[in-house]
Design a protein around this ligand. Structure first.
Ligand code: NAD
Length: 502
């Protein structure tokens, strides 16, 4: 590997004692190291409020990785020696001075040419303060590059996102800002571009002449767990639709970029978001519906409803489920509905995109009183990764009957390797300076403006019927009706345990 693929980097994690650092960041850095993508010239400085020492951090890193270690590769303790800790007050200038002294020393000790990633793994209210102090106290003033990684949520609505953006833009340029959308780090989400732009059989059909509708589902079996306080201020619309779901819509719908560079891809994705038909409050109920889970059963065990969860208002109007119909007003997609749905406490954990093709203009088998199945292309994003193509074949035997034939490609079984964690990829992309799989401000600007109309309408009109779906089902009936009135239904072919009930 060259220096370009093994970047010499210093990573500063703000919020190093937190959950994200422990569960995602430390293991991701270890995997990069283990796979030889990091040279020995790297160091990580964790900062947070607690009075930890280097040893406490190293022990936490060790514990967070121990279970995943490959016994044939090096000593985990050697890896942990690259970690350092500084108790930190984000509002105190002297904290930044101390941090800079450590960073300069580590540059020297590990032969790092001033390349710095500042990873914001703490509450967003501190991002602006941290960014401006990093600049004013000279921490970004090095011979190498400085990059800022920002976790979601990026704002609560357009005005707050814009304010946050203005604060961080005072200290960092747009091309130095890496806004994490961990869906964009997923193997199959990145694979959407390859499926579309490297296969001659799909691209000619990828339009309103051949596609009847597209369905994007991201459902979880988990409830809000211990995040009730956060979720009450967010809800499924802000937590999932504004970012992950709209990112998937734009990747599926974008035109082929003229080159596979971050700028060109982004520019095509932005065109999709610009072409989204804006919602009008007066007809919003025909396009977007919301749900909240009540008590129910999961795997034979009773579970409580959302309103009974910790730190949740017993009369909460927060949605834990959203289904919507999006229309993209451009030449390619005019008339093709994009249906999206996402929710918690549903009957299965699954993220998938189903592309339903139109029927043939003259279906000879239909004329013979036989039903053929519409062709479907299914992109499985998680937990399984792969694609399924559903065709019609002839039933074996003397009959002339047709039968659906399923062609499956699964990443896990074909390559028999674990697919890399999204965070690992994104961190590596950031080290390489590749912004393709991060959200640009222009995308956030458009997506928040689209979402704000819906959230404002919902805030003004408290739902009368919550909870409206039982935990362990596929959401409220209204979600089915959203498609039914267009003559479609959610495809549930590949998840046999889906059930619909209120
Ligand atoms: P957490 O509460 O577990 O950790 C917060 C960290 O920030 C702690 O290290 C804490 O010491 C530090 N901190 C808080 N106030 C501070 C201050 N004034 N000065 C210095 N340090 C301070 O939170 P988390 O779950 O690790 O999440 C961090 C961020 O990542 C949040 O913005 C969250 O929304 C986002 N996020 C988390 C996850 C996840 O899986 N945990 C997933 C997606 C996004």
């Amino acid at each position: 590997m060259t220096a370009r693929t093994k970047p010499k980097t210093l990573i500063v994690i703000f919020g190093a004692t937190g959950d994200l650092a422990k569960r995602k960041l430390f293991p991701s850095i270890y995997h990069l190291y283990n796979k030889g993508r990091l040279s020995e010239n790297f160091a990580v400085v964790g900062v947070a409020r607690r009075e930890w020492t280097d040893e406490t951090l190293r022990d936490t890193v060790y514990q967070s990785i121990k279970g995943e270690i490959d016994p044939n590769v090096g000593d985990l303790k050697d890896f942990c020696k690259h970690f350092f800790y500084l108790p930190f007050d984000v509002t105190s200038k002297s904290s930044y001075d101390s941090l800079n002294t450590i960073l300069n020393k580590l540059d020297n000790d590990f032969d790092i040419p001033g390349n710095r990633i500042f990873y914001m793994a703490m509450a967003p209210e501190f991002f602006g303060t941290i960014a401006s102090n990093l600049k004013s106290e000279g921490l970004t003033n090095t011979k190498g590059w400085s990059r800022l990684v920002i976790e979601k949520p990026f704002g609560h609505d357009y005005p707050s996102a814009n304010q946050l953006n203005e604060e961080i833009r005072e200290a960092f340029d747009e091309d130095q800002i890496y806004r994490i959308d961990h869906y964009l780090g997923k193997e199959m989400v990145q694979n959407i571009e390859v499926i579309r732009f490297a296969n001659a059989i799909f691209e000619p059909l990828w339009n309103n002449r051949y596609i009847s509708n597209i369905q994007i589902t991201s459902c979880e079996t988990l409830g809000v767990e211990d995040r009730g306080g956060y979720y009450e201020t967010s809800g499924a619309l802000r937590d999932m639709v504004q970012n992950h779901m709209l990112q998937m819509v734009s990747l599926i719908a974008m035109d082929p970029p003229i080159r596979l560079t971050p700028d060109e891809i982004r520019s095509e994705k932005i065109k999709v978001l610009r072409a989204l038909r804006p919602m009008e409050p007066i007809e919003l109920d025909n396009y977007f519906i919301r749900g909240q889970y009540g008590p129910g059963e999961m795997n034979g065990k009773s579970v409580i409803g959302y309103r009974e969860e910790e730190k949740v208002d017993p009369n909460s109007g927060t949605e834990t489920f959203v289904a919507g119909k999006l229309l993209i007003d451009n030449h390619r997609w005019a008339g093709v509905p994009f249906y999206i749905r996402t929710g918690k406490r549903m009957s299965l954990k699954s993220t998938k995109i189903v592309i339903q093709f139109k029927e043939l203009p003259m279906n000879l088998y239909f004329d013979q009183q036989q039903s053929t199945h519409p062709n479907l292309l299914i992109i499985h994003i998680q937990p399984d990764e792969g694609i399924t193509l559903l065709l019609n074949g002839k039933k074996v035997g003397p009959t002339g009957e047709t039968t659906p034939v399923q062609l499956d490609y699964s990443n896990n079984s074909v390559d028999s390797i674990n697919t890399p964690e999204a965070y690992e990829r994104l961190l590596y992309d950031c080290m390489l300076g590749d912004t393709t799989n991060f959200a640009h401000w222009d995308e956030l600007n458009l997506s928040w403006n689209f979402i704000d109309v819906i959230s404002n309408y919902w805030e003004k009109n408290h739902p009368g019927d919550f909870p409206n779906y039982k935990a362990g089902t596929m959401g409220p009936k209204a979600s089915e009706e959203l498609l039914k009135k267009d003559g479609f239904h959610w495809w549930s072919l590949f998840d046999s345990d889906e059930k619909y009930e209120v």
